[in-house]
Design a protein around this ligand. Structure first.
Ligand code: GRF
Length: 225
């Protein structure tokens, strides 16, 4: 890994998580460099945000590359060219080609807007996740930041934080509440990676010094039965 770790970010949509990464990298709170941002939608706000921060952007899609295999080759070439240490999927609504994953084993990070393994898997992205949470009557949702593996949404969990579902929530309202927590979570996970505080063994993750804030309500030992 380079002295200042290098990250690439893949996004398909609004890019609010990307914006936090850009801002924190610029302020120095995130001791990493954002080498490039790529997305499958040339009109996405995320690419505009990256351009505004003078970060190189690339439109990489099956339309530009001809096939999913072409997308894999192009992304792999960019990752090598920019000497990327970590790949962050921040609202990337496309399958990640296996070729890309193989280049960065245990160094591809995704943010999922619910508590995995519930409400994850194929088709569970964007609003679909929040709609499913509400349909099921779950009282808690949250944020999961995890490593990407070949099995969709099943890579080791890095950090989870809990978000309450309120009576009367719509999927849009819940999405906004969850997104606010994503903004405070993803960059802190990347900071820990850049500071070399994360070790992974199988599915278990150890973070030296722990995460900054707990996501759990402490239970005193006297309360245990
Ligand atoms: C986030 O909710 C993320 O969890 C999901 O897509 C959304 C992206 O939001 N995968 P943004 O593009 O970062 O604003």
């Amino acid at each position: 890994m380079s002295a200042i770790p290098s990250m690439a970010v893949l996004c398909s949509g609004g890019g609010s998580n990307l914006q936090v990464l850009l801002d924190k990298a610029r302020s120095g709170e995130l001791s990493g460099h954002i080498a490039f941002v790529a997305g499958n939608n040339s009109k996405a706000q995320s690419l505009a945000r990256a351009r505004a921060a003078s970060v190189p952007t690339y439109h990489v899609s099956t339309a530009t590359e001809g096939s999913q295999e072409g997308v894999g080759k192009r992304l792999s070439a960019l990752i090598q060219e920019h000497r990327v240490d970590f790949l962050v999927l921040a609202g990337y609504m496309r399958p990640l080609p296996a070729e890309v994953l193989a280049l960065l084993p245990q160094r591809v990070v995704n943010v999922h807007p619910a508590l995995l393994p519930a409400f994850g898997g194929q088709g569970m992205f964007g609003q679909h996740v929040h709609e499913a949470v509400l349909r099921r009557g779950a009282q808690w949702s949250g944020v999961t930041v995890h490593l990407v593996s070949e099995d969709y949404d099943e890579g080791p969990i890095l950090w989870q934080r809990i978000v309450a579902v309120h009576p009367g929530d719509t999927s849009e309202i819940l999405a906004r509440r969850v997104l606010a927590v994503e903004h405070d979570t993803l960059w802190k996970v990347m900071r820990a990676f850049c500071q070399k505080r994360v070790t992974i063994s199988g599915k278990s993750v150890h973070v030296q010094g722990g995460w900054d804030e707990s996501c759990c309500v402490p239970v005193r030992s006297g309360q245990l039965r």
